[in-house]
Design a binder for this molecule. Sequence first.
Ligand SMILES: *[C@@H]1O[C@H](CO)[C@@H](O)[C@H](O)[C@H]1NC(C)=O
Ligand SMILES: *[C@@H]1O[C@H](CO)[C@@H](O)[C@H](O)[C@H]1NC(C)=O
Length: 159
Amino acid sequence: MLIGIIIIAFGSIQSTTCNKLISSELGELESGNFIYYKYPQNINFRLELDSLVGDCDLYVSDRYQYVNYTNYDLQSTTCGKDEISIDHDLKRPIYASVFAHPYYSSCKYVLNQFADPEEADLINSENEDLNESDETGEKESTLWWLLINLLEVIAEIFL
Ligand SMILES: *[C@@H]1O[C@H](CO)[C@@H](O)[C@H](O)[C@H]1NC(C)=O
Ligand SMILES: *[C@@H]1O[C@H](CO)[C@@H](O)[C@H](O)[C@H]1NC(C)=O
């Protein structure tokens, strides 16, 4: 009984290492297509790909920006959860791609990035979704920032 509790406690300590969620991407891909991501941070981390619908595979490289099933350094192509741990054997930035296995008509996935909490504290750059430009998002947040500042100025004048 006591030993059981100790084992369970130890197990949960083990599973909390490398467990701080750094980023999470939810996506959907048509059969046979790739989507590409870039991880610039100079930390050790783990990528975990869950296929919610269909079967998605994960490829990683430090050499090929558009990493695929012929040009990659690490791969995980199981039917269930795909996991790749990335340490300093690979240069940064890290390129990753999700591939929708052609056996299914599409794949829906969650791609999570985990790191040790101490590693996570060292992060000072953003990931990039190589398939999307964030320009509109940035413009919108700048506008909000201006509006909030304006409201603050107005509030100060009247109070
Ligand atoms: C992502 O971008 C690459 C290169 O521009 C393109 O080949 C690929 O089809 C795109 N994938 C999706 C899902 O848009
Ligand atoms: C994989 O990528 C390489 C170089 O980036 C390219 O030459 C090759 O055609 C690609 N293969 C597939 C199957 O897309």
